[in-house]
Design a protein around this ligand. Structure first.
Ligand code: FES
Ligand SMILES: [Fe+2]
Length: 361
């Protein structure tokens, strides 16, 4: 892939071809999504010691069977959910592990940390057991109540989220309550990166989101880019609902209506005075993407106000335009575009990271 010019004034965008061909899609799978961090769930999935929660790394994309096991109050582990005998799935449903993990196929046993214990009918097997009989452990990291893992991380999670943590760590995020009724999934007929491109600029807000635009002061909208994340700061238009910021906040004195944090490659943490809308972007095919919206409430009384009050409407408007763009980039006449230096530095930053991960593998 061609590198993106780091000088935004001269740079051209990713080519239309990137968003539609299988080769680029598979490069993203292996060189981006396998090597960066994915948010799995929050801790409420495994509230008690010995709770186990099976999952796939990225359903419909990277179908790696994994399981979370809460070893004790302080420690949770993540390891492969595939038996090291002939590959049966070990834990099929969320459960509590009483003694050990026993494979239902031929009875191979593992302890709660994924270490091999015993195997029926193994008399006579030479050079057995070895390291390969244990279940492979994956790194597991926690930020607030959220658990993250990676198949083969080439960067630290802390590196990826430290700017967000510094900026809004003062919020009592651990006390935010998950609201399943306000959470939902969307299927978007477009490439995952196209969905992210759209998210990463506020340029389109006055054109596409007329109602949202009334709550934000477009002239003060800005994007700050960091190494592996970026922040779009939505400043409230006069009188609109904004955060009561503590003096310790670098934004103290400003009327912030929303913090839109994007965490490479596919996580969006949108903070509003009412709480958090977490969006996880999951590729399914070059032209199909699942977008998971997970809502965590801080202050319910503020739900109906300000920039975060019409999320479903805004999402539909975004989907509509992104699906049109997916058709547009397939045109034989579309090659690539240019970045607005003032309004599209977040998109430029994203494209630089994509090409960095793919070209420097
Ligand atoms: S596949 Fe698990 S014991 Fe045979
Ligand atoms: Fe939008």
């Amino acid at each position: 892939m061609k590198n993106i010019n780091p000088n935004i004034n001269q740079a051209i965008t990713l080519p239309g071809k990137f968003y539609k061909d299988e080769t680029s899609f598979n490069l993203c799978k292996e060189l981006i999504f396998s090597r960066t961090w994915q948010l799995i769930c929050d801790e409420s999935k495994i509230p008690l010691t010995n709770n186990a929660w099976p999952f796939f790394y990225m359903d419909g994309f990277i179908e790696e069977p994994l399981v979370l096991v809460k070893k004790n109050e302080c420690e949770t582990l993540c390891f492969s959910n595939v038996c090291t005998h002939r590959g049966n799935l070990l834990i099929e449903n969320p459960c509590s592990i009483n003694k050990d993990i026993t494979c239902k196929y031929h009875g191979k046993r593992f302890n709660k940390c994924g270490k091999f214990l015993s195997m029926p009918e193994s008399q006579g097997m030479e050079n057995f057991p070895t390291e390969n009989d244990n279940l492979t452990n994956l790194p597991l990291k926690k930020w607030k109540q959220f658990l993250f893992t990676s198949l083969n991380p080439i960067i630290e999670l802390d590196e990826v989220i430290k700017e967000m943590d510094k900026r809004i760590g003062w919020m009592p995020i651990e006390q935010f309550v998950f609201d399943p009724n306000a959470s939902r999934d969307y299927l978007v007929k477009a490439n995952w990166a196209l969905y992210c491109d759209n998210y990463l600029e506020g340029f389109h807000v006055p054109f596409i989101h007329k109602e949202l635009a009334k709550t934000l002061d477009y002239s003060k909208y800005k994007t700050e880019t960091y190494r592996f994340s970026n922040l779009q700061l939505g400043v409230a238009s006069g009188g609109e609902h904004c955060f009561e910021l503590p003096e310790s906040s670098p934004d103290y004195g400003n009327e912030i209506a929303a913090y839109y944090f994007w965490i490479f490659p596919n996580m969006m943490f949108n903070f509003y005075p009412w709480g958090l809308s977490l969006n996880i972007i999951k590729p399914l095919s070059p032209s199909l993407t699942k977008v998971e919206f997970r809502t965590y409430i801080w202050d319910e009384s503020k739900l109906e106000h300000g920039a975060g009050s019409i999320l479903d409407k805004v999402e539909r408007e975004d989907e509509d335009v992104v699906e049109k763009v997916q058709k547009g980039i397939s045109s034989r006449f579309y090659k690539h575009g240019r970045y607005s230096p003032k309004m599209e530095n977040g998109v430029h930053h994203f494209h630089l990271l994509i090409t960095e991960f793919i070209n420097n593998n």
